[in-house]
Design a protein around this ligand. Structure first.
Ligand code: HSE
Length: 436
C-alpha cells in the first residue's frame, strides 16, 4: 500500500527527532501501522538548516502553506509551537481536509475547543499525545486505557525544568535564583524560562488532561497557576524534616461541587513514588475508581522522547484514517455531544492540606494565640515543628501542617495570624497533598 505522506511544519529539536526515528524504525513502524509513513515535505523558515537535516530524503520549502495546499499530503505535523501562526496553520490544514498531529500544548489548551470543533465538522483527526509529558503516553492512557473508570483525580510532575530546579535546590540547599542560573548555563532551562517557572507550561498540560479525564471543555483560562519563583530553600528543608518533598504539581480533581484545576508547589509524602521523581523527569499519577492508582513515568521533553509521541500519533491516525469519523476515538475521550461544561472551582473553594511557616517572637502565649485563630476558622493542626531560636535571637520559625480545609478558611486564618504583633514578616503557605 502507498505510504502515508506527512508534511512537517518546523524541523527543530522535535522535528529532527521525528525524522530520525521514523527512518531508523521504519520497518517496525510499517509492521505496526500496516503502511509506511514517509515525510514528504518539511516546511521551515531556515531552509538551509532543514536541508542539512533531511539531506535529499524529503522536499524542503519555506512556506508552510505550500505543505497544507499539497494534495499529496495526508497528515500535517505542526511543530512550530505557540498560538500565533501555529493556530492559523492548524485551522487551515483542517479546512483543507488534512489530519493534524501537534506537540503544541499551548495551542491545544487555549484554542483546543475551536480546533476540535473544526476538526469534527470536517471529519479529520487532531492528535496531540506529545503535548502532555513528552514521551509518556498519558493521553492514550487517559483516553483509552482508563476508559472504564470514573477518574477521580490526576496529579502530575509535568514540567521537567522546574522539577530539575527543585531537585537541585533540595540536593544542594541552594536558593531558586542560583539554581535557575545554573540550569540555564547547562541548557536545562530556556533563556526565557517564564512559561516553565511560572507554572504556565504545567497549567497548559493539566488543563488538557482535565478535559480528557472529566469530559469537560478545555478551560485553561480557569486554571489557578502559581510557579516556583517564590519558593525558599528553607521550606524545602523543613518539608524534608517532616517527611515531605516539594514538587510543582499540576492537579485536577473531580469533587461534588466542581472541578479543581490548579498548578502550584505542593508538599507530597516522601514515601510516595511520585515524590522520588527527580531531575528533568516527568510523572503523572491518576486515580480511577476501578483501577485505583496508576503512575506513568518518563521523559517529558527532548528530541526523541517527544518524537516517540508524535510518531505514535502518526501511526494512530494512519490506522484510523479509513474508519468512519463517528467510530474513531473522540478527541476529548468523550463523545462531542457528551462533553459537559462542569464548573471549575475558584481557588478559594478548593480543599487541601497546608504547610505553614511563621516567623514568630519566641515568647509565652504565641502558640496559644495562633492555635486559637486556626481553630476559630475550623483549621485543624496535623503536625508542628518549632525550631530553637538561634543564639542571641528572640525570634524563631514555627512550621505547621494542617488537615484538609477549604482554601478560603485557610486564607482567613492567615490574615488573622498576620495581624498578631508576635508574627513577624509574611506567613509562608504551601499546599500539601497526600495522594493516597
Ligand atoms: N519546557 C517543558 C519542560 C518541556 O521543562 O518540561 C516542554 O513542554
Amino acid at each position: 500500500m502507498k505510504p502515508i505522506q506527512v508534511g512537517l511544519l518546523g524541523i527543530g529539536t522535535v522535528g529532527g527527532g521525528v525524522f530520525t526515528v521514523l527512518e531508523r524504525n521504519q520497518d517496525e513502524i510499517l509492521r505496526r501501522a500496516g503502511r509506511g509513513i514517509r515525510i514528504h515535505t518539511v516546511a521551515d523558515l531556515n531552509v538551509e538548516r532543514a536541508k542539512e537535516l533531511v539531506h535529499d530524503r524529503a522536499q524542503v520549502v519555506s512556506d508552510a502553506r505550500a505543505v497544507i495546499a499539497n494534495p499529496e499530503i495526508d497528515i500535517v505535523v505542526e511543530l512550530i509551537g505557540g498560538y500565533g501562526i501555529a493556530k492559523d496553520l492548524v485551522l487551515e490544514a483542517i479546512a483543507a481536509g488534512k489530519h493534524v498531529v501537534t506537540a503544541n500544548k499551548a495551542l491545544i489548551a487555549v484554542h483546543g475547543n475551536e480546533i476540535f470543533k473544526a476538526a469534527h465538522a470536517k471529519g479529520v483527526m487532531v492528535a496531540f499525545e506529545a503535548a502532555v509529558a513528552g514521551g509518556i503516553p498519558i493521553i492514550k492512557a487517559l483516553r483509552e486505557g482508563l476508559t472504564a473508570n470514573r477518574i477521580e483525580w490526576i496529579a502530575g510532575i509535568i514540567n521537567g525544568t522546574t522539577n530539575f530546579i527543585l531537585s537541585e535546590m533540595r540536593d544542594k540547599g541552594s536558593d531558586f535564583a542560583t539554581v535557575l542560573k545554573e540550569a540555564q548555563r547547562l541548557g536545562y532551562a530556556e533563556a526565557d524560562p517564564t512559561f516553565d517557572i511560572e507554572g504556565i507550561d504545567a497549567a497548559h498540560k493539566v488543563s488538557i488532561m482535565s478535559a480528557i479525564a472529566f469530559g469537560i471543555p478545555m478551560q485553561f483560562d480557569k486554571a489557578y497557576v502559581e510557579g516556583i519563583t517564590n519558593l525558599a530553600a528553607i521550606d524545602i528543608k523543613y518539608a524534608e524534616q517532616l517527611g515531605y518533598r516539594i514538587k510543582l504539581l499540576g492537579i485536577t480533581k473531580k469533587t461534588s461541587t466542581g472541578i479543581e484545576l490548579r498548578v502550584h508547589p505542593t508538599l507530597i509524602p516522601t514515601k510516595r513514588l511520585i515524590a522520588n521523581v527527580e531531575g528533568a523527569m516527568n510523572a503523572v499519577q491518576v486515580f480511577g475508581d476501578a483501577v485505583g492508582t496508576t503512575l506513568y513515568y518518563g521523559k517529558g521533553a527532548g528530541s526523541e522522547p517527544t518524537a516517540s509521541a508524535v510518531i505514535a500519533d502518526l501511526v494512530d491516525v494512519t490506522r484510523l484514517m479509513t474508519a468512519d469519523p463517528e467510530n474513531r476515538v473522540p478527541h476529548l475521550a468523550f463523545q462531542p455531544d457528551a462533553v459537559r461544561d462542569t464548573v471549575v472551582l475558584p481557588i478559594g473553594e478548593i480543599t487541601t492540606s497546608y504547610y505553614l511557616r511563621l516567623r514568630v517572637a519566641d515568647q509565652a502565649g504565641v502558640l496559644a494565640d495562633i492555635t486559637k485563630i486556626l481553630a476559630s476558622h475550623g483549621v485543624s493542626i496535623d503536625a508542628l515543628l518549632q525550631k530553637e531560636a538561634n543564639e542571641g535571637e528572640s525570634q524563631t520559625d514555627l512550621v505547621m501542617l494542617t488537615h484538609e480545609t477549604k482554601e478560603k478558611n485557610m486564607l482567613a486564618a492567615i490574615a488573622d495570624m498576620q495581624g498578631l504583633k508576635t508574627v513577624v514578616g509574611e506567613i509562608v503557605k504551601i499546599r500539601l497533598e497526600n495522594l493516597s
